[in-house]
Ligand binder design. Structure first.
Ligand SMILES: Nc1ncnc2c1ncn2[C@@H]1O[C@H](COP(=O)(O)OP(=O)(O)OP(=O)(O)O)[C@@H](O)[C@H]1O
Length: 282
């Protein structure tokens, strides 16, 4: 059986609002995220997708329920959970390379060292060390290549297109080597062609260097193309309406969208989300 990496159990979240009624954002959300799964979350606007992502990231509190990673409660942000937002959040005064290397300053790497104890016995222990400049350079090179930005290492964000900036954000997310990548509509602001290209880049990256991905999108095509599991949330107060396992083989490309199996999943997810949208009082 697959290993459950993140477990969300009966989570409730209400936003306190000073004037007016409090907002009941999540109402008993239960979800297991397995190791190396690609989970896409879809649902009507305001159903609590970002709230759920922020709770997993440790950026948002909740009122009741339980959220754990490796069985340990999530109590705040941690390097094991990397977040990529829609608005890249790059440092404008740093080059592409420096943006990617920046976070490595704060993340120590485990190194095996051999030590001799008082009795002369040798034993291997793990110590945490900082990345050297050379290691950081090697890592940033690797991820720059992976997201097709070779040649732009020394460019500043202002000289990059939206799609290129988002590639830098993805490279930075991967370079920090989190176990889980939390992505909140990362391609939402991009034109259709750039979006298609980045979907393929992300899929290739994920197939090469598996990670657990939790990805929010409004685009049902995108969800079905990327996900091994689509989580459909229902309108506020957010609950999980249905989980659809996308049983289409990887590698997937834009051509996958023309396959009959893809169409079937897409129509099903689209219908389910649209029906819920129609039920929302307008
Ligand atoms: N800080 C806050 N204070 C009060 N209400 C909030 C706050 N953040 C979110 N909400 C409300 O909680 C509900 C869920 O918001 P959330 O952003 O999680 O939904 P979403 O599904 O991500 O929406 P969208 O798809 O439009 O991005 C919404 O009604 C929103 O207005």
């Amino acid at each position: 059986m697959a290993e459950v990496l993140i477990s969300i159990k009966d989570v409730h979240k209400e936003y306190k609002v000073e004037k007016g009624a409090n907002v009941n954002a999540l109402n008993g959300v239960t979800l297991d995220i397995e190791k190396n799964e690609f989970v896409c979350v879809v649902g009507p606007s305001g159903c609590g997708k970002t709230t759920l992502l922020n709770i997993i990231a440790g950026l948002e509190t909740f009122d009741s329920g339980k959220v754990t990673m490796h069985g340990q409660p999530i109590v705040g942000p941690a390097p094991e959970r990397g977040v990529i937002f829609q608005q890249y959040a790059l440092f404008p005064w740093m080059t592409v390379r420096k943006n990617i290397e920046y976070g490595l300053k704060f993340i120590p790497k485990p190194v095996q060292v051999e030590q001799t104890d008082a009795s002369g016995k040798k034993k291997t222990t793990t110590v945490m060390q900082k990345f050297t400049a050379e290691e950081k350079h090697r890592l940033s090179d690797h991820y720059i290549k992976m997201v097709n930005l070779t040649g732009f290492e020394n460019s500043f964000p202002k000289a990059l297109s939206g799609g290129m900036k988002q590639r830098v954000a993805i490279a930075r997310g991967y370079a920090l080597n989190p176990e889980v990548l939390l992505m909140d509509e990362p391609f939402g602001a991009l034109d259709a062609q750039t979006r298609a290209q980045l979907q393929e880049d992300l899929l290739k990256t994920w197939e090469k260097e598996k990670k657990t991905v939790f990805f929010i999108t409004h685009d049902v095509d995108e969800a079905v193309l990327l996900a091994s599991k689509v989580v459909i949330m229902s309108a506020r107060p957010g609950q999980i309406k249905e989980i659809v396992n996308i049983d289409l083989p990887y590698p997937r490309t834009q051509a996958t969208k023309l396959e009959e199996g893809f169409m079937r999943y897409k129509n099903y997810v689209w219908d389910t989300v649209y029906k819920m949208y129609l039920e929302i009082p307008k």
